[in-house]
Design a protein around this ligand. Structure first.
Ligand code: PMP
Length: 456
């Protein structure tokens, strides 16, 4: 065992934590999480928490301490841990088959290790197709304001969150932003056809750039870190129509919504979309192993085929640890849990329950301007005034999250992604959440709002 004060001291001295904390770095007093079971975790000081954000960033979908996943990974690693994915391996083959069964219309799976890397692969495919089919012309990739696509320079180049990215410029050329689709922050006032109008904003950018230069658009099915933005009515139909009109590939980033978070296997499946490329990471193995996938249709895969002479070159690509068997072994066991425990159904039922409870909170606290979400993925946007919708200062969501933490519940906040906004709280408990878990989360929020944001 270990001395917990020593762990905390070593952590403070040497570990460069991810995600900027809201305090100056030196004042940080990081939690070191040492144990987890189900929905709950314990830190090195012995505090226990109900985790309402699935490992901080919507990842541990099937909950902590899953022995079937750990066993599957162990058994696989002692048998065959690694060989480059230029050769095949058993769990990679079986997971690809099971995954494709859940994604009608899709066909090929490329394995890598993180959401950023899966997105980079998708961007590379678009660039390859531009070269192969369009003489290099159709190389631009459009992305949406407020969406996030990853931490590498090119994934950041495709990210619409200024505070996340600006310090890292200059960016990869050929990435172009179009406006967000947050109805609560409508660019057109209160209109009945907001979804269609927001989608047409994308078309305007395509036309301004020249459709012959645009190869793909990349979007989150529900904008996650940028504010839990559920798409407005009619939006996706129009986006799909525009993509088809100009022969533009549709790349859906399912890194957050993928593998059940919203009650379907993938977020896009709520909206009848037929994507050309889908990327996924976090929930693929619920954090038990590092694995991500870039999934394409057979048409995308075949796009390089017409010229046999340099076909080899077009498929030459490697991600070293994309060949590690731990990832797909964990992913198979993770998928089995979702199926055997009927977790998609649980997410649909519990998601409706949670949204309902949050709407009741909204009735009681003026500061909650908007409640939105799908499945076990909900956001509460906080405002100073419901009429003007002026966002609260970020100190309030920070204080609410800290108050919940003191009560033993970890909730999330989204990023400062858009203008001055950093005003959205986020709940994304594991897919196994029960009504009692959700009641405990809502009660903590209720107490925090009563203390910190009572109606005036
Ligand atoms: N896409 C989305 C929508 C994400 O939320 C994230 C991570 N927060 C990523 C991509 C990047 O994934 P990773 O951190 O695994 O590189």
């Amino acid at each position: 065992d270990f001395d917990s004060s020593k762990v905390v001291a070593s952590d403070r001295k040497h570990v460069w934590h991810h995600i900027t904390q809201h305090k100056p770095f030196e004042q940080n007093d990081p939690m070191v999480i040492v144990e987890g079971k189900g929905m709950r975790v314990r830190d090195a000081r012995g505090n226990e928490y109900l985790d309402a954000v699935s490992g901080g960033v919507w990842t541990v979908n099937v909950g902590y301490g899953r022995e079937s996943i750990a066993d599957a990974v162990r058994d696989q690693l002692v048998k065959m841990n690694y060989f480059a994915q230029s050769a095949g391996n058993v769990p990679a083959a079986f997971f690809a088959e099971k995954l494709i069964e859940k994604m009608p219309g899709m066909s090929r799976v490329y394995y890598s290790n993180s959401g950023s890397e899966a997105n980079e692969k998708a961007f590379k495919i678009v660039r390859q197709i531009a070269q192969k089919k369009y003489g290099g012309k159709k190389y631009k990739i459009l992305f949406r304001e407020r969406d996030y696509h990853g931490t590498t320079i090119t994934a950041l180049s495709a990210t619409g969150q200024f505070e996340r990215k600006n310090q890292y410029g200059p960016f990869t050329p050929g990435f172009v932003e179009f406006p967000h689709c947050c109805e609560y922050r409508s660019q057109f006032g209160d209109v009945s056809d907001y979804g269609v109008r927001a989608a047409l904003e994308m078309e305007k950018v395509i036309l301004a750039e020249g459709p012959e230069t645009v190869g793909a658009v990349c979007l989150e099915p529900i904008t996650a870190g940028g504010g839990v933005i559920t798409p407005p009515h009619g939006y996706w139909e129009k986006i799909q129509e525009i993509c088809r009109k100009y022969d533009i590939l549709l790349h859906i980033d399912e890194v957050v919504c993928g593998l059940g978070r919203t009650g379907t296997w993938f977020g896009y499946q709520h909206y009848g979309i037929k994507p050309d490329i889908v990327t996924m990471a976090k929930g693929v193995a619920s954090g038990y192993a590092a694995i991500s996938c870039t999934v394409t249709t057979e048409e995308v895969f075949e796009a390089f085929k017409d010229d046999a002479s340099d076909r080899m070159g077009y498929f030459r690509d490697i991600s070293t640890f994309g060949g590690c068997t731990a990832g797909p072994a964990a992913a198979l066991a993770n998928m089995q849990i979702i199926e055997e425990e009927n977790l998609l159904e649980n997410v649909t039922q519990m998601g409706e329950y949670l949204l309902g409870r949050l709407r009741q909170l909204q009735d009681r606290y003026e500061v909650i301007g908007d409640v939105r979400g799908k499945g076990l993925f909900c956001g509460l946007e906080l405002v100073k005034d419901r009429q003007t919708r002026e966002p609260v200062d970020e100190s309030l969501p920070i204080a609410i999250a800290a108050d919940c933490m003191k009560q033993g519940v970890i909730i999330g906040r989204t990023n400062r992604s858009f203008e001055q906004f950093n005003n959205t709280l986020c709940l994304s408990p594991a897919l196994i959440a029960t009504q009692a878990d959700l009641d405990e989360i809502v009660e903590a929020l209720d107490n925090a709002f009563a203390r910190l944001a009572p109606n005036s």
